[in-house]
Design a protein around this ligand. Structure first.
Ligand SMILES: O=P(O)(O)OC[C@H]1O[C@H](OP(=O)(O)OP(=O)(O)O)[C@H](O)[C@@H]1O
Ligand code: HPA
Ligand SMILES: [Mg+2]
Length: 175
């Protein structure tokens, strides 16, 4: 409607940007594994797709875990969170490995923001260990192990969502 302010995306509302390079992400995943190594061993890793796939691969490699499952959840459409949708649940074989409650299983995601996604997976596997690379304050209580906390008004830019581009000099109006 004319004159109506356009709805801001979660990314625009966040205000601050936290860009993460592949290098940094790999280092942070390795740091996460050092912490998880004290907690395991784990029978299997469950990646919350899609963002959890990359850290899950790195963590599983470091921990020597070869059984990897996925729970496929869609929520943010680009950068606006809608209703959560479970597109694929955890397999019966993985559920059995965790005794039905997730004991000895490791859930991995790239980050927790509001905690909605993490809460949904925790409900499926209440005894599993939940690890993320990054955490924002609202989601932090849901996570057992994470590496870096950023403020709630920060948007994390992951390397698989970004590309190098020209940035104008500060005196030409760059923020
Ligand atoms: O704590 P929350 O507020 O629920 O947000 C965190 C979730 O949001 C992102 O996933 P997204 O739904 O964007 O899907 P993707 O992993 O496929 O990019 C991120 O990878 C987490 O899974
Ligand atoms: O800060 C974020 N960055 C990328 N994806 C996200 N999904 C929820 N919060 C974020
Ligand atoms: Mg995700």
């Amino acid at each position: 409607m004319a004159g109506e302010a356009p709805e801001l995306s979660a990314q625009e509302r966040a205000g601050k940007a936290f860009p993460v390079s592949w290098d940094q992400f790999h280092r942070d995943c390795r740091a996460l594994t050092w912490r998880l190594n004290e907690v395991g061993p784990f029978h299997a890793v469950i990646a919350i797709t899609r963002g959890g796939l990359v850290p899950a691969a790195i963590v599983a490699r470091e921990l020597g875990v070869r059984i990897i499952d996925t729970v496929c959840i869609a929520s943010y459409d680009h950068n606006k969170q809608g209703e959560l949708q479970v597109l694929k649940g955890i397999s019966e074989a993985t559920m059995a490995l965790g005794g039905g409650t997730g004991k000895g299983l490791l859930i991995v995601d790239d980050l927790v923001d509001t905690g909605k996604t993490g809460r949904m997976v925790r409900e499926m596997l209440p005894d599993a260990h939940f690890a993320t690379v990054y955490a924002k304050p609202m989601g932090r209580p849901l996570v057992d192990t994470f590496i870096t906390e950023v403020s709630q008004d920060t948007w994390i830019f992951f390397p698989w969502d970004t590309a190098l581009s020209y940035h104008p000099p500060l005196r030409d109006g760059a923020a």
